[in-house]
Design a protein around this ligand. Sequence first.
Ligand code: GH3
Ligand code: MG
Ligand code: MG
Length: 495
Amino acid sequence: MQNDLVFNLIAARIDQLPTLPGVALRLLKAIQEPDPNINEISRILSSDPSLTSKILKLVNSSFYSLRAPITTVDHAIKLLGLNTVKNLALSFSLITGFKKNSAKTFNFAQFWKDSLTGAIAAKLLAERIQPNLSEDAFFLGLLQNIGSLTLACCLPDQYGMAILETEKTGGNYLQAESQVFGFNHMEVGEYLTKSWGLPESFCVPIGYHHCPQNAEGTKTDCIIRTRLLHLASLYIDLFNAPDMALTLGVIDHKIKEYGLADKIDPADFGKKIQLQAKEVFPVFDIELKDDRDYVEILEKAKAEMAKLSVELIKELLDKNKEIDFLREQTTLDGLTSISNYKGFQECLSREMSRAVRYKSPLSLIFSDIDHFKNVNDTYGHLAGDHALKAVAVCLKRELRQSDFLARYGGEEFALILTETDLEKAFLVAERLREKVSKQNIIYKNANISLTMSFGVASLPLEKKLSSEALIKQADDALYRAKGLGRNRCCVAGRD
Ligand code: GH3
Ligand code: MG
Ligand code: MG
């Protein structure tokens, strides 16, 4: 559990992160109230005149294209909404508070330049894709890589190694981070923003912004925000890319994949981001040293992009997909196409860390087909194979999307149920047991019926338990179910 160790290390050194100013902390607390109090928030903001003046400067810039000037925070709240003003205040606080640090290996100026570009891109994208998202989009875009900053401040030496590794792997920073830390800046960002009490609609997109396909099982709102953040992150890449045309090609491909081609022209949109950056950067006291003429550069890149073959872009994207695919193949069972033992171990380790971190319930169910040897002996091995596949389908059909099913061994299946306590897991096991027992499996002319036994265990909230110990508990319970006559469910620690 390498992951856990390093994650704990980060948690232990979180005080080495530059701190959020008091105003931001009070604001974060105020928004977490179920019914945020406008007067209270307005009071908190007004207590910091320099913050107020920055907010007013930004909302009066062309970034907000308002008709009449706004002169007070109350006025801004009335016109733009509480959420927008609060997000702006948090954005300013974040940059002010986190700007300076002694981390030698980390380029703070570049980090905030990139993050601010991401914030501008996210807001402009939201305006095109889903205007009601634009209130949150700026702050979300600004926060997307906060995990990198956390890693750099809490584990500076290892972060330096990750940077070297990135250079070696031709710019693949996610791979480099995983190699050095065992996890990446997205996971750290999700952890940090969750610990600040930000809602799921912030934490999830931050947790998946470079691999939006992995957020597909989450809420619709989170999926849209993750895609939006993914595009924003590609625009950050665009302005740092050695080969702009190629990155533009990737953006173009993604925009089409997300069905946004009629709303966004990749190169024109890039120009728009740069134009806004010129106006927004000074308000955040960030120097836009870059005086390249992006209008011209992007025009050139656009022309070059048109010459790039679709195949090349696909190849580039497929290279990443191929790595994912190969990784996935090593964790899939060839017969049933569900996860294998390796996939199970990886998932259990990941979910156990998550459950401990967020203090959320987690259950494990072990199950085994009863007298399966008889099936092989009676109907033949091929019929046995067919029955195993049918059982996998039956179990899978009964589970939630967030549940994890694996073939643990021959005729043994394991299930990991997140956000599920022992009582609920027992009910799930009972339901599965009943479904399997009622299933009629047809193979050639034979009707095969089966039963299964189940052992259920849960991660205790109060004490630390290793994955081996949890597996043993579930396995012991399964063994008990077998001893008691099979076709039944037993719960760990109960007679
Ligand atoms: P119990 O109720 O105690 O679990 O009895 P059982 O017969 O299911 O258990 P046992 O461990 O004695 O036998 C398991 C059988 O599962 C033997 C093995 O050949 C069969 N099996 C394991 N993997 C596969 C497979 O991939 N395909 C087929 N057809 N059979 C398999
Ligand atoms: Mg990122
Ligand atoms: Mg068996």
